[in-house]
Design a protein. Structure first.
Length: 757
């Protein structure tokens, strides 16, 4: 069954249009299931009806012309109930409705399943038989599996068909990733996937290439095992065999060994070596007489493409862009972003990812509007004119003049707002009723965000150290790290700089230190990794300490702390590093201050051990991005669950309240360095709770300062109390947005803005 399923799905993918794809689907499904009829109905929400989009068995002449209202017929019932309906005699069912011109009279039995995409019924898949019989469980599960596989393809195809229309009335909807508006042509970045299109290249880092290759093999093995597991339940011998062959191939020395040799001895890049060896084998198997062996050529190609697609994720092409563009890709990564010259980057659109992916955080730090998690066919968008609405997540393709005009106006207002917020540059950071706050900078994501703002920031609240590690080919040496850290400590001379120790793992991978895990966000990440590698941790701590000589403005912060044991272990290593470096400094006649040590609150367990933690640390800082992710068990990178990732969820708000109250009780400074602190509503809620130290990206500092200078704590405290009486995050957000609007600061909130043209 699996082979047939795959065949159907592949035939659909290969089809040039939605109509052809659905035609292939009904035809193949009818044959495979040996039924008398297969049809697909596609939902048309504006007309509130299903349209017969393809059939093999009903009257061909009705395709595209027969419509069934959502509320009518058994097809309508499948949609309403959002579940499968299996009937031996459909005509006897009270909901049965005979459509004129469809020629359905001959069929008695009916099996229909909804095609669901993102909680919406996008269509109904139906098979029918002349004889009266109930379909068996195997048939039911085949149809349900097929419908699940089709859902994204139909949604995708609908987006594609929208794209071929000349009327661009409707925008494509994504997740707002970074605020702002961009109007520019699309520049599509695509990984090199076709074997033939890869030009073999030599590398000068065979060890790193070998590491990347091994990592890709592991990753593909995991992918295949996960797929195998998914199909085990419904599997025939076929599926087991496919996965066996694939997994076997991945472990087969006659395939893997020559690739490794080409990397090690001939110094090809990992991608080139996979291409060269695979092509030779594909050629050899492809010309064999035996059809079984000939088929193996397809398997090798499949595996090779999986390996290559893994490898290219880490190795973007060199981008030759010389005009302002909207960068568009299946998955925009921090490294692809880094490749585009900043002057040319008007906006970002990523099919994968969500508002808290590091790419979105980076885009926000760079002040580049971004939309994440939006679906459309990549190939067709290249060079088309786009409007990126980074407030609402709406993407307009080839917009008409009224829309362009409205967005040009918005851009204009944006610039005016920028000027307005800078009018408070020389004034203190305090509220209307005189409450003083510290506005700190989140630095480290990209080099150019650090320098420009130093006059406005009261210091650095979070220096993410992992990015320089990610852009290297190997662990940066102690001296390289010292020079980099010294740069930032000197830039912020006389102001505190809080450096976070290495937080790799999760979605931040080092190309030369592969970590392959089923569940990376729950795995070897942050402090867990550095404590297991004291040799790396000590180098980083010593580099930070040495960089602070004579400046005395360093604080050290530990990411992903979940137990006091981790703090004690880190403290021991900091002591050791300090005693070594301070001796060295003393021999030069200098002095070295022991830095304050703080921890990030981002793992829920940390909230319940605050009393035990307090005596061991000097300050706390909330990583609201991860705290939200872990409290709500919602992957911060996953667009599918983006709507339930919400830092205003009552659980997150209570956790934040608990922390600020404890900080007061134990007399420890506390700050917020997640994205919530740079959000105009978030910062007001945090202020009302009792927070006074906020760390955010460069662009947000003047904006947040303006918001705070025009707000009164006196008014915010009762607002928070009122918001907390409701169990809905929307109520709290609504109250605070109204507050901003009433004080003329609605311009900071464009999230709800929708262009009407
Ligand atoms: C956070 O989790 O809120 C945080 C500031 O750290 P990062 O986004 O780097 O994980
Ligand atoms: Mg974090």
């Amino acid at each position: 069954m699996l082979t047939q399923l795959r065949h159907i799905v592949e035939s659909m993918t290969a089809a040039a249009s939605l109509e052809q794809a659905l035609q292939a689907l009904v035809h193949l499904t009818r044959n495979v299931m040996q039924v008398d009829c297969c049809s697909v109905y596609v939902a048309e929400p504006e007309r509130r009806c299903y349209r017969l989009a393809a059939t093999d068995g009903l009257a061909e002449s009705a395709v595209g012309k027969a419509f069934l209202p959502f509320e009518e017929g058994i097809v309508g019932l499948v949609g309403q109930r959002e579940e499968l309906i299996n009937l031996a005699d459909a005509s006897a069912h009270p909901a049965f409705k005979l459509l004129p011109d469809v020629a359905e009279e001959a069929f008695r039995s009916f099996l229909g399943t909804p095609i669901m995409h993102q909680r919406q019924v996008v269509g109904i898949l139906v098979v029918q038989q002349k004889e009266s019989r109930l379909f068996d469980e195997g048939e039911e599960s085949f149809l349900v599996t097929l419908a699940a596989q089709l859902a994204a393809r139909i949604a995708h195809a609908q987006a594609r068909s929208q794209l071929t229309r000349t009327d661009w009335g409707k925008p494509l909807r994504g997740v707002a990733g970074s605020p702002g508006v961009a109007i520019a042509r699309a520049w599509v970045w695509r990984p090199r996937k076709e074997l033939a299109a890869i030009v073999p290249r030599k590398a000068d880092d065979p060890d790193a290439q070998l590491g990347r290759f091994d990592q890709a093999v592991e990753a593909v093995r995991h992918e295949l095992e996960a797929l195998a597991l998914r199909f085990r339940e419904s599997s025939s011998q076929d599926s087991v065999a496919i996965f066996d062959i694939y997994l076997h191939l991945l472990a087969d020395p006659s395939y893997i060994k020559p690739i490794r040799l080409r990397i090690e001895q001939e110094e090809w890049t990992a991608i080139s070596a996979v291409k060269l060896v695979s092509e030779t084998l594909i050629g050899r198997f492809g010309s064999m007489q035996d059809p079984y062996l000939r088929e193996r050529a397809t398997d090798i190609k499949d595996i090779a493409l999986r390996l290559i697609s893994r490898l290219v994720q880490d190795e973007p092409e060199h981008l030759a862009i010389s005009e302002r563009v909207v960068l568009v890709a299946e998955e925009v990564t921090a490294t692809i972003l880094a490749e585009v010259p900043r002057d040319c980057l008007a906006g970002v659109v990523s099919i994968k990812g969500s508002s808290n992916s590091h790419t979105a955080i980076l885009a926000r730090a760079m002040g580049v509007p971004a939309i994440m998690g939006v679906e459309f066919p990549l190939a067709e968008i290249h060079r088309l004119m786009l409007v990126v609405d980074g407030y609402s997540g709406d993407l307009f393709v080839e917009p008409k003049e009224p829309i362009l005009a409205e967005y040009r106006q918005l851009l204009h207002e944006e610039q005016a707002l920028d000027q307005l917020v800078h009018s408070t540059d020389g004034q203190p950071s305090e509220t209307l009723d005189g409450v003083k706050v510290s506005l700190l900078l989140n630095a480290g994501l990209s080099a150019d965000t650090e320098i420009a703002i130093n006059e406005l920031a009261d210091g650095v609240g979070l220096y993410r150290t992992e990015i320089p590690f990610m852009l290297h080919d190997s662990f940066p040496s102690e001296w390289e790290q010292t020079a980099r850290y010294r740069g930032i400590l000197e830039t912020y001379r006389n102001r505190p700089v809080c450096m976070r120790t290495l937080d790799v793992g999760g979605d931040k991978q080092l190309p030369y230190f592969p970590i392959v895990e089923e569940n990376p966000f729950l795995g070897w990440r942050g402090i867990r990794l550095t404590l297991d590698h004291p040799e790396l941790f000590l180098v980083q701590l010593k580099a930070m300490l040495r960089a602070s000589e004579g400046l005395d403005n360093l604080a050290v912060m530990l990411p992903m702390i979940s137990s006091v044991g981790e703090i004690r272990a880190a403290r021991r290593l900091l002591d050791q590093a300090w005693s070594e470096v301070s001796q060295e400094v003393a021999t030069r006649g200098g002095t070295l201050h022991y830095p304050p040590l703080g921890v990030m609150i981002e793992v829920p367990s940390a909230l319940y051990i605050l009393p035990e933690m307090a005596p061991l640390i000097d300050f706390w800082s909330v990583g609201s991005n991860d705290l939200t992710q872990y409290l709500l068990a919602v992957d911060r990178n996953n667009a599918r669950v983006a709507s339930i990732y919400d830092s205003f969820h009552p659980a997150v708000i209570r956790a934040l309240q608990l922390l600020v109250d404890s900080a007061r009780r134990y007399g420890k400074p506390v700050s917020v360095c997640g994205e919530l602190a740079g959000d105009p509503i978030g910062v007001l809620v945090l202020l009302a709770m009792g927070y006074r130290r906020f760390s955010m990206n460069t662009r947000n500092i003047p904006r947040i300062k303006y918001v705070l200078r025009n707000a009164s704590l006196d008014e915010l405290v009762p607002l928070l109390a009122e918001g907390l009486r409701s169990d809905s995050p929307h109520a709290l957000r609504g109250l605070f947005s109204r507050y901003l609007e009433e004080r003329g600061m609605g311009g900071f909130l464009r999230a709800g803005h929708k262009v009407t043209a």
